[in-house]
Design a protein around this ligand. Structure first.
Ligand code: SAM
Length: 217
């Protein structure tokens, strides 16, 4: 069996045992998780762990998120395929690649320029052309490209930044971990005119969102 075939087998096992087993059922999300090669976004030393059930270090003190969390957050965004999406926290670029399978256009923003550069190079090598990688403070969103049908924040915020809610289109969804630096709740917000509905999803533990509307460095 080739390495790629072995990785594909591991990926299928990951989806069945970690993601479907925990209740993620959107067929488009499951197909994206079966398709995107997570091992390409993981540092070479950790590649043998690419399909295991947890986050992994990616440098600069940051992590690639647990596969189940990537799948859950993607499902919560309720994407149909024609949306413009914002991801705050590019990290490795893995979740952006998953979102590229689910939406028309993905903008992802990362505060560490070295991570953004590396993620962009992997996405390019894989031929992913609908992801646009930006460098900057994602707590400000990307007002010049708003509105977004969906926004996902992959680092933990002390509060939901109003400036991100304001960049949702009508009916748009924001998925974000909110809480202390050590533990948070994953929340989903939905815009209904000038009103926003909020749901608590599950307890999570993310690295901090650092920026003007997040934690101070
Ligand atoms: N989505 C990523 C992936 O698939 O690899 C995982 C992201 S990691 C859990 C969180 C990322 O958010 C880190 O790379 C961190 O540098 C980034 N981050 C934290 N604060 C940020 C901010 N204000 N703007 C942009 N990125 C930020």
């Amino acid at each position: 069996m080739s390495n790629e075939a072995l990785f594909e087998t591991d990926r299928d096992f990951m989806v069945d045992s970690q993601i479907v087993a925990r209740g993620v059922h959107d067929p488009r999300v499951l197909e994206a998780m079966r398709t995107v090669p997570r091992h390409c976004f993981v540092q070479p030393d950790y590649r043998y762990l690419a399909y295991t059930d947890g986050p992994l270090p990616i440098g600069s003190g940051q992590t690639i998120s647990q596969p189940y969390i990537v799948a859950l957050m993607s499902e919560l965004l309720q994407l149909k395929g024609d949306e413009k999406v914002l991801e705050v926290g590019t990290g490795s670029g893995y979740q952006a690649a998953v979102l590229a399978q689910l939406a028309k256009e993905v903008h992802t923003i990362e505060r560490h320029a070295n991570l953004a550069r590396y993620a962009a190079s992997i996405l390019e090598q894989l031929g992913v052309t609908s992801v646009h990688v930006h460098v900057g403070d994602g707590t400000l969103g990307l007002p010049e490209l708003a509105p977004f049908a969906a926004i996902t924040v992959t680092a933990a915020a002390p509060n939901v930044p109003d400036i991100l809610l304001a960049q949702l289109s009508e009916g748009g969804r924001l998925v974000i971990p909110v809480g202390s630096r050590g533990s948070q709740y994953l929340e989903r917000w939905r815009r209904q005119g000038d009103h926003y509905d909020q749901e608590d999803i599950i307890p999570v533990a993310f690295v901090p969102l650092i920026g003007e509307h997040g934690w101070k460095p």
